[in-house]
Design a protein around this ligand. Structure first.
Ligand code: PXG
Length: 451
């Protein structure tokens, strides 16, 4: 049996991590997670940590869902792999496509499988471009997305992302990608009411489309709630206005449901919560509760009929598109969400309990705002509550607080100075109490460190 120190040495020597400063990591050593139990993680030192993030916003059923393990084992034994190229299909891929079509908003009933959210967004971009080529409008290709948006790391998905540090290392964004502001009222709304700010933020899209020329803009993409941008919940009116603008200028609307999908916001999709009618929808994470890498693009009638009716082969697809084991696990995930009524739950008393628990932190001197929707939430740490003013970024208050959370035995992610939560949908009231108690202790320690 290998121990923590040996693993850390091997990890530092051979294993490159995502979004990591490797010099720093080698000095500190990785935390090695060896086991999961319900909403808890156990590390290689035997410490039990409550996972307020459901992994990376994905393990919605917690770490011990035996029905998913059984689905994977059964499919592994019967047919561990076959592809969906060359006029072939497998029962899990077919049944999963139908099951997704049943839960997506009306019309989004053609499903293409990928292995990751990044690839789903890449596929959406290719399809937008193919669509406008088919429509005889080859100039209509510009993709508009938003500051703080995260859409993945492939060259095109990273170009969509509006987290600026991701761009210069890789000479991004590519041509034909541009950005507008986010509906981040708490941080950027100034003196405006949330409703007035919503219209102003959505209005940036209209101004951008007019500046570029509507005949050159192919699509707008947005997360219903921006997750890794800081759990930015758009104020009322925002999505209705975005929808109106996209329709007016004939710009396709893509909902990136990678985090919001499968119950996170208390409905099947964030598009249901915010009454969005997208032309295309990407999903991943909660689709398989993170137990298998699988993602999908749901395609509405407009693009779907153009694609199917084109009479052309569509030159696109992955070896593992619709992988039968991943598809079987995703199918089982949808069944569990239904059988255990977990989405109704995330829209019911447990989401109110979660919102109240977060709100109970509002009396802490560091807390400027708490917000949540379903089972996704955030706490803004600020220097000045009345002025909604954050600390100087160089003070790294969020990272300081995150480290204190871990010491307390809690995974809570820091995004700038926003502490965010996205717990498994199976979380109990007692576990929410534990998260909030540990978070408060971490906030106290952070305040102490700030002097
Ligand atoms: N869209 C959204 C909205 C996401 O949140 C992706 C696309 C890309 O998915 P893949 O499967 O290619 O990673 C994501 C992923 C974080 C964090 O720290 C968030 C994501 C991934 C990694 C870290 O918040 N979201």
């Amino acid at each position: 049996m290998t121990g923590t120190q040996e693993w850390q040495a091997l990890d530092a020597r051979h294993h490159l991590h995502p979004f990591t400063n490797h010099g720093e990591l080698a000095q500190k050593g990785s935390r090695i997670i060896v086991k999961g139990e319900g909403c808890y993680l156990i590390d290689s030192e035997g410490r039990r940590i409550i996972d307020g993030m459901a992994g990376l916003w994905c393990v919605n059923l917690g770490y011990s869902e035996h029905r998913l393990v059984e689905a994977a084992t059964r499919q592994m034994a019967v047919l561990p792999y076959y592809n969906t190229f060359f006029q072939c299909a497998t029962p899990p891929a077919i049944e999963l496509a139908a099951a997704i079509a049943e839960v997506t908003p009306a019309g989004l009933d053609r499903i293409f499988f990928t292995n990751s959210g990044s690839e789903a967004n890449d596929t959406a971009i290719k399809l937008v471009w193919f669509y406008w080529n088919l429509m005889g409008q080859p100039e209509k290709k510009i993709m508009i997305s938003r500051e703080f948006g995260y859409h993945g790391v492939t060259l095109a998905a990273a170009s969509l992302s509006g987290q600026w540090p991701m761009h210069p290392q890789h000479d991004l964004p590519l041509a034909r990608f541009t950005h507008v502001g986010a509906p981040y009222w708490y941080g950027q709304g100034g003196e405006l009411s949330p409703e007035a700010f919503a219209l102003q933020a959505a209005g940036e899209l209209e101004a951008k489309i007019l500046a570029l020329g509507p005949e050159r803009v192919g699509a707008f993409i947005g997360e219903p709630i921006q997750g890794s941008g800081g759990v930015i919940i758009p104020p009322p009116g925002y999505w209705a206005e975005i929808q109106r603008i996209c329709r007016k200028y004939d710009v396709l609307l893509i909902a990136d449901e990678v985090i919001c999908g499968f119950g996170r916001t208390g409905r099947w999709f964030g598009s249901d919560t915010f009454a969005i009618q997208p032309d295309l929808m990407t999903m991943a994470k909660g689709l398989s509760s993170g137990y298998q890498p699988i993602a999908a693009l749901a395609i509405g009638p407009r693009v779907g009929e153009a694609l199917v009716g084109s009479g052309q082969e569509w030159f696109h697809g992955y070896t593992y598109s619709g992988h039968p084991v991943a598809a079987a696990v995703a199918l089982a995930t949808i069944r569990v969400l239904r059988d255990d009524r977990l989405i109704e739950r995330a829209n019911g008393p447990i989401s109110r309990y979660f919102a109240d628990a977060l709100a109970s932190l509002a009396d802490h001197p560091l807390v400027g705002e708490t917000r949540s929707c379903g089972l996704i939430g955030a706490v803004e740490l600020v220097e000045d509550q009345a002025a909604r003013r954050h600390f100087a970024p160089a003070r790294k208050v969020g990272l300081m607080c995150r480290d204190h959370c871990i010491e307390q035995g809690l995974v809570m992610r820091a995004i700038r100075d926003i502490m965010v939560l996205s717990p498994p949908l199976i979380i109990t009231e007692a576990e929410i109490d534990e998260i909030v108690t540990k978070a408060r202790a971490a906030f106290d320690l952070t305040l102490r460190d700030l002097g």
